[in-house]
Design a protein around this ligand. Structure first.
Ligand SMILES: Nc1nc2c(c(=O)[nH]1)N[C@H]1C(S)=C(S)[C@@H](COP(=O)(O)OP(=O)(O)OC[C@H]3O[C@@H](n4cnc5c(=O)[nH]c(N)nc54)[C@H](O)[C@@H]3O)O[C@H]1N2
Ligand SMILES: Nc1nc2c(c(=O)[nH]1)N[C@H]1C(S)=C(S)[C@@H](COP(=O)(O)OP(=O)(O)OC[C@H]3O[C@@H](n4cnc5c(=O)[nH]c(N)nc54)[C@H](O)[C@@H]3O)O[C@H]1N2
Ligand code: SF4
Ligand SMILES: [Mo]
Length: 733
């Protein structure tokens, strides 16, 4: 007989939906506990009882036979190089946690003494977005050490800075309110693939007659299900938004009253938008969307704001992963201000709702500890999107940014060998014998191949945490459902242990997870009123106390109180101006004429899941393929399923051509995954980021994955019965 109980957890993957998850845990007669079922919490108003395909099969990940379960050390004499998936343990030997912590502490202390603590670089992103796992004890530890600070720009900084520059905060339309819209524009947003819990609300709106328009250079699942798909040329969204403004102002569709009450710079914006270069006719050639369509879209958008069912934009981060991405987000974010679409339920725009959660980051991360470090001052800041440079350009540059050179890299919550741009530079850096690298992860990732020490991390079922969301407005608590597998230790437990091994005596390094949760909630901000750990533990999810109107509706930006800018109004200045990306068709030459979209997979989470059989099967139609337009393929003598090399001056990757109509002429697309699944016959291992650059966005210092030019050539078939390896195959040696 086994006993069964249900535990409330929260999916901590880097996804806007932050689902409430009910975990069924069975206890066998011998006392061993096992999670046997995951289910979306039916009581959560956004999760509504279902999980995405990826996490429905999450137990395959938790109990995967190839999980990293023990601390390991590189065997003496084993050079840092890519390892065949499934063969990683040949390079590493198991050690105890005690040995691991002692060795790390000793190495970090020596490096800090010899090169200064800033030569130590933490590298983390969003393996978990729980408040504790994402950034708490780890930050305290690195602050106290005086390590370089990491500017976490890899995902959303261009869009985040852009949105905040207009609104003064990162906040938007609650997902449930999409059900009340009459027109929904998914702008650089693959809702069906990346944000599935918004979909039911869109379907509800469509049943009431709403239209869904998708603006995306790729025909996503979302685009295929929409009423209209506008296949915009990559990186030209800023101009499309300006052309829409042109029509709105020209045709009297602007809400003058709202603009006067809630914005600053409206007259200047009107004059700017009406300039001839922003006319639909001028924009058509650049964006690839014809003038009549732009006019029709702008009219529908403007007229909806005057009807009972307004227009809403789901803007997502796809738009800001290009050179002019910040300006594009600013321009798009101004559209609902021009039409006053915020005034009605179902209107407005959502890019992120993360700014609605007033967690006390200061108390959680304690930046003041830097003063107690060997430095006695705040440490230098390294942009995570420039990791290749940071690890390879070891001489001080003009700004002195690479001084001191990075001598130790501490990776957790991230797989930079796969996800960072300009992969060849990153790997060149990771191969350095003089770089001391620690990797804390659940699996032997691409980055793990280069580690000196490997540490096992838990999944979200194995830890307790608290979470906000960037796609809804509920604070949540995730209970620990099962004990950590093997010797996995959570991020907080790891850094607590390391602080002790380093001899840090501040009491803050003894804080328990519950004390950390309490610290994050220690605020008198009214939006957290009544939200305590005890209440979260009891209720699982609690809505934020956002200001509501007389009808108890939360209408962000309907009135001036919502704006967090210095002027207290939406800031339309400086005016957004369109500049075509350097790496785009506007500047393409014969060498690299194709625009490349190195995309996220619908069934992976960035590089997470790409090593797992169940997820590979779900993604089998696109994983390992280069999607091309038939005419681009024909011009290169490429046929469907041919092996092709995709290349530019930074690198190359071998994929199999797929000639479908998901991309227009001049655009090719492939999926982000682990490099070691993509070895070609010569042992060269790469993924899409072998082609991307370290050029940064116009705002926020973000990466420009979607501004990448490439060329494609057919590889002479070797043996056509031989598929490109997608799983365990010795390679890379
Ligand atoms: N299934 C799945 N879900 C995920 C993730 C995942 O990897 N897989 N990742 C998570 C993460 S980290 C994030 S940040 C969110 C991000 O979610 P999204 O912002 O939706 O992220 P992307 O898929 O990068 O971009 C969305 C769409 O933008 C399109 N796009 C690319 N360039 C342009 C352009 O120049 N203009 C326009 N209009 N569109 C463009 C892409 O083709 C893509 O379909 O999703 C999260 N959810
Ligand atoms: N070409 C291209 N590159 C991209 C993108 C793209 O669309 N195209 N997207 C970019 C974006 S938006 C993002 S957000 C980044 C994502 O970059 P990352 O945040 O690095 O994302 P993942 O590849 O999912 O790697 C997360 C790792 O954290 C581990 N992990 C999970 N939970 C824990 C934990 O509790 N502790 C520890 N120590 N580890 C844990 C997982 O096992 C996984 O290996 O990638 C960026 N790179
Ligand atoms: S990845 Fe996103 S959609 Fe899937 S379960 Fe997690 S939060 Fe929900
Ligand atoms: Mo992201």
């Amino acid at each position: 007989m086994s006993l069964s109980r249900t535990v409330h957890a929260v999916c901590s993957l880097d996804c806007p939906d932050s689902c409430g998850v009910l975990v069924t845990v069975e206890t066998a007669a011998n006392g061993v506990e096992r999670a046997v079922k995951l289910q979306g919490d039916p009581a959560h108003p956004v999760t509504r009882g279902f999980l995405c395909g990826k996490v429905t099969r999450f137990l395959d990940r938790v109990y995967a036979p190839d999980r990293l379960l023990f601390p390991m050390r590189r065997r003496p004499g084993f050079a840092k190089r890519p390892l065949a998936h499934g063969h990683e343990t040949e390079a590493f030997e198991r050690i105890s946690w005690e040995e691991a912590l002692e060795e790390i502490a000793a190495r970090l202390a020596t490096i800090a003494r010899e090169h200064g603590p800033e030569s130590i670089l933490p590298y983390s992103y969003a393996g978990t977005i729980g408040q504790l796992g994402y950034g708490s004890m780890d930050r305290r530890f690195f602050h106290r050490l005086g390590a370089s600070q990491l500017d976490r720009t890899i995902c959303a900084s261009a869009g985040g800075v852009a949105l905040s520059s207009v609104y003064g905060t990162k906040l938007g339309t609650p997902p449930q309110d999409f059900a009340h819209a009459g027109l929904i524009v998914a702008w650089g947003a693959n809702i069906h693939g990346n944000n599935i819990h918004l979909w039911p609300f869109i379907e509800e709106a469509r049943r009431q007659g709403a239209r869904l328009v998708v603006i995306d250079p790729y025909r996503t699942r979302t685009a295929a299900l929409a009423d209209e798909h506008l296949a915009i040329h990559p990186g030209t969204d800023g101009l499309l938004a300006l052309a829409m403004m042109h029509v709105l102002f020209r045709e009297g569709l602007a809400d003058r009253e709202y603009l006067a009450a809630c914005t600053h710079g409206a007259d200047e914006l009107c004059t700017h938008a009406l300039r001839p270069e922003h006319s639909p006719e001028q924009a058509a050639g650049v964006t690839g969307i014809d003038a009549e369509t732009i006019v029709r879209l702008a009219r529908a958008y403007g007229e909806a704001a005057r009807s009972s069912r307004p227009a809403v934009i789901r803007l997502n981060y796809g738009v800001q992963r290009s050179e002019g991405g910040g300006t594009a987000v600013r321009a798009i974010a101004m559209l609902p201000l021009i039409t006053g679409s915020w005034k009605r339920r179902g209107g407005g725009l959502q890019l992120s709702t993360s700014g609605a959660f007033p967690f006390n980051a200061q108390a959680l991360q304690m930046p003041e500890l830097m003063q107690k470090s060997q430095l006695g001052r705040p440490a230098r800041v390294v942009n995570m999107s420039l990791l290749g440079q940071a690890l390879t350009e070891l001489d001080a540059n003009a700004e002195g940014a690479n001084e001191p050179p990075v001598k130790a890299l501490f990776v957790y919550n991230s797989n930079p060998a796969a996800i960072a741009p300009n992969q060849n530079a990153v790997l060149t850096g990771l191969r350095r014998a003089d770089l001391f690298t620690v990797v804390h992860d659940q699996f032997f990732t691409d980055t793990a191949d280069y580690a000196d020490l490997l540490l096992p991390a838990p999944t979200f079922l194995e830890t307790k945490d608290m979470q906000g969301a960037y796609g809804h407005l509920f604070a949540q608590l995730s209970h620990q459902a099962i004990a950590p597998l093997g010797e996995a230790r959570s991020n907080t437990s790891l850094f607590r242990g390391l602080a002790q091994a380093m001899g840090f005596e501040e009491p803050c390094f003894n804080d328990t997870d519950d004390e950390l949760i309490d610290a994050a909630l220690a605020t008198d901000h009214p939006w957290f009123a009544g939200i305590t750990r005890e209440r979260l533990e009891r209720e699982g999810h609690v809505p934020l106390s956002l200001p509501a109107d007389a009808d108890r509706q939360v209408l962000p930006f309907a009135t001036p109180e919502w704006f967090g800018t210095a002027s207290g109004k939406a800031e339309l200045l400086p005016l957004p101006s369109f500049v075509a990306p350097v790496e785009s068709r506007a500047h393409a030459d014969e060498a690299y004429p194709l625009e490349f979209l190195p995309r996220k997979a619908d069934h992976f989470m960035n590089s997470t899941f790409s090593n797992q059989g169940t997820h590979q099967r779900m993604e089998s139609a696109t994983a390992g393929t280069l999607e091309m337009h038939a005419e681009d393929a024909a011009a290169r003598g490429v046929a469907h399923k041919d092996e092709v090399e995709v290349f530019n001056a930074r690198g190359s990757i071998t994929l199999r051509a797929s000639l479908n109509a998901k991309v227009g002429r001049g655009v090719v697309a492939a999926r982000l995954d682990w490099s070691k699944l993509n070895g070609d016959l010569s042992g060269h291992q790469a993924n899409v980021n072998a082609l991307t650059s370290e050029r940064l966005t116009d705002m926020g210092g973000g990466p420009t994955f979607y501004s990448t030019l490439v060329e494609v050539r057919r590889i002479q078939p070797r043996d056509t019965s031989q598929p490109i390896s997608r799983g365990c195959r010795p390679g890379g040696q």
